[in-house]
Write a new protein. Structure first.
Lengths: 314, 360
């Protein structure tokens, strides 16, 4: 009896063994099968355009001309870096990024401090504050154009300007237009900074404040020595994201001012768009400009990441 | 340095008492331990003294000054937290300097005071590290240094050794005791570990179910527990407690043995108004004297060798187990019958109804 069982056991084991053909599909093979499609897509959509545009940036190529690309060396780069118009674009972008990111940081952090303590309705208020972040930039730009409108916009009456002749023309005045974009960007993206700060704040353990109360630290001292340093890593990440976004700012400008009036709000991205897809379709030149922007963004990001690592290692 | 006085202090969370009305005077320079099982209100009491928790009713006086409604920062006390509560983003040095910097002390003075206290706790070599890179013991030393550097009127410590390994705990216990003796600062120390309490406290406040059960020196609470709770809670194992009947010749143990009672206790028991003579007899394991001529009988249920002595588990005739301390080399086979006496001076009696000790 036991012999029969033993035999049966043996044979059933043989049956459940995988067929030799399939056994060759090793773990490594499965890993490759899963990763390969992604890698192919990445190469086609990201890596190839990246390298190809690097090549194009050294040529005089235009997508609408039938001429093949002609190698012009560093001409595109020297042209961009020696043209005051481009420097003006960079200056505009820099000013815009500085204003908008610093205001967002201040407003977002302040909002987070306000919404940090739980009170009746704080949950719903937090959700409502986050709404602007969820909107498409073009939608935001369109309705802020209505809000800014000097004839029937709601902003000027709220600010106390009732006479249409003397009230500010937010999008038409070269001195105000950049500020108008900054205001909209701050309105839309302060909630993002707030969200990250809120996460950072809620991670600060309560006992640190108890210890600080025992240690006789004033409210300001607690803020400076405990709250701020504890939130700093997350705050820096928020600032990093917002800075990168600010340097790429395109859709808000396009939706609000199209870079105008004149070239008052012409950021690098808007200029890039014009070079690449309007008029002469200067693909080579615009590729060079895009590469310059990339280098600037990578450099700035590196500064932030270094600061972040310094914070972590202390 | 300061004395601390609690007058009718109580704390309610909703309708539930965390601490029932409590009166306590802590003398200047005293090391007092609040001891009790978790949830007994000892930590709440400590936090009320610190000001981290508001009292519901009552008054707290520090050196005669009413501090009941003052912010923790205005009480001149230092608090050592169970989980250290160090500022994780600062070095040990900055942690220690924090209370001095918060008070706006001059830089060179801060440096001097930090160096002093670091030398005292022997943590000079770790001052530049962050708390995350320190061992539990060193973290607690830094937390102690942060408390000491202020030279506060009183130290409040909330289970400061609870988060440490057993090995560290022993070392730190001695260090804290030594610091206390050197500083002679009033210290209120919360723990649930009765061995710690016995080892460190000048006086122990035993709490259970939001009520103070007994306040006394370690010797008092060990030898003269005020009630059955304290008798069970203090000592490991706790006091042996058996139902007994007082008879003219002595106390009749369950299962028939008769233990002689001293005259002092006989008078006390007669005056205590017990109806039928039934009491709870309490005695420490060391009151058990095992010898062949003993008047009481029991069976050996188990024996544990504790290195220096043997703890016998003795089964009385009714099945009740008592603990008795015997010599290290005493050989008692399991199940064998032994005879023993009780030291009449070490017998204690409790009222079975009220659970309170009968006083001699």
């Amino acid at each position: 009896m036991s012999q029969v069982n033993a035999q049966r056991g043996l044979s059933s084991r043989q049956e459940t063994a995988p067929p030799t053909g399939r056994r060759q599909l090793s773990d490594m093979r499965i890993v490759q099968l899963f990763i390969l499609p992604t890698i192919i897509l990445l190469i086609l959509m990201n890596i190839f355009p990246l390298i190809y545009s690097l090549f194009l940036s050294f040529t005089n190529y235009s997508v609408i001309s039938s001429d093949p690309p002609v190698w012009v060396g560093l001409d595109n780069y020297t042209h961009i870096l020696s043209d005051p118009d481009f420097w003006h674009n960079f200056a505009t972008t820099g000013t815009y990024a500085l204003l908008s990111v610093s205001l967002q940081t201040i407003v977002g952090f302040a909002l987070a401090m306000l919404l940090r303590s739980k009170f009746a309705g704080s949950g719903i208020i937090t959700t409502l504050v986050l709404v602007p972040m969820m909107l498409s930039p073009i939608v935001v730009a369109v309705f802020w154009r209505l809000i800014f409108n000097p004839s029937y916009g709601i902003l000027n009456p709220i600010l106390g300007f009732t006479d249409i002749n003397t009230s500010p023309e937010w999008l038409g005045d070269p001195a105000l237009a950049l500020w108008a974009i900054v205001i909209v960007d701050v309105w839309q993206w302060s909630p993002f900074v707030m969200l990250l700060c809120l996460a950072g704040l809620s991670a600060i353990p309560e006992y640190l404040y108890e210890a600080a109360a025992i240690d006789r630290a004033s409210v300001w001292f607690q803020f400076r020595r405990i709250t701020l340093p504890q939130v700093m890593p997350l705050l820096l990440i928020a600032v990093l994201f917002r800075t990168i976004e600010a340097f790429k700012q395109f859709d808000l400008v396009q939706g609000l001012t199209f870079g105008g009036p004149g070239d008052a709000t012409e950021t690098v991205s808007v200029e890039l768009y014009r070079l690449a897809f309007q008029g002469q379709f200067e693909t080579g030149l615009s590729s060079a400009l895009a590469y310059i922007v990339l280098v600037v963004i990578v450099a700035i990001s590196n500064l932030y990441i270094r600061a972040l690592n310094r914070l972590r290692e202390g | 340095m300061a004395n601390i006085e609690l007058r009718g202090v109580e704390k309610k969370f909703g309708d539930v008492f965390a601490v029932k009305p409590l009166d306590l005077t802590i003398k200047d320079g005293e090391f007092i331990v609040l001891l009790g099982p978790s949830g007994c209100g000892k930590t709440t009491t400590l936090r009320m003294i610190s000001g981290l928790e508001a009292v519901t009713v009552g008054q707290i006086l520090l050196d005669g000054r009413d501090v009941t409604w003052l912010h923790p920062s205005e009480r001149d006390i230092a608090f050592v937290f169970q989980f250290f509560a160090l500022y994780s983003h600062m070095s040990a040095r900055d942690n220690i300097a924090f209370p001095l910097q918060a008070a706006g002390m001059a830089r060179h003075e801060v440096k001097e005071r930090v160096a002093q206290v670091a030398a005292l706790l022997r943590i000079d070599h770790i001052l530049d590290r962050k708390p995350g890179a320190l061992s539990g013991g060193d973290q607690q030393r830094v937390a102690l240094a942060r408390a000491l550097v202020r030279r506060p009127a009183a130290f409040l410590m909330d289970e400061p050794l609870g988060a440490l390994d057993a090995e560290f705990r022993e070392t730190m216990r001695a260090e804290i005791k030594k610091l206390h003796l050197a500083q002679h600062a009033t210290t209120v120390y919360v723990t649930h570990d009765q061995i710690e309490a016995m080892a460190m406290g000048d006086r122990i406040v035993i709490m259970s179910a939001a009520v103070v059960q007994q306040v006394g020196t370690p010797t008092e609470v060990y030898h003269n527990p005020a009630n059955l709770f304290v008798a069970r809670f203090i000592g490991s194992p706790g006091m042996n407690l058996v139902k007994a009947k007082v008879e003219p010749d002595g106390a009749r143990l369950p299962g028939g043995g008769l233990a002689p009672i001293s005259d002092r206790w006989r008078r006390a028991l007669e005056g205590s108004g017990l109806e039928d003579g039934s009491v709870v007899l309490g005695f420490r394991p060391e009151a058990v004297q095992v010898h062949d001529g003993g008047a009481l009988r029991a069976g050996v249920y188990a024996d544990d060798l504790h290195g220096g002595y043997t703890m016998l588990h003795l089964e009385l005739a009714d099945g009740e187990i008592i603990h008795g301390r015997a010599a290290r080399d005493a050989m008692n086979a399991l199940g064998s019958a032994v005879r023993f006496d009780l030291d009449p001076d070490m017998m204690r009696f409790f009222n079975p109804e009220t659970e309170m000790a009968i006083l001699s």
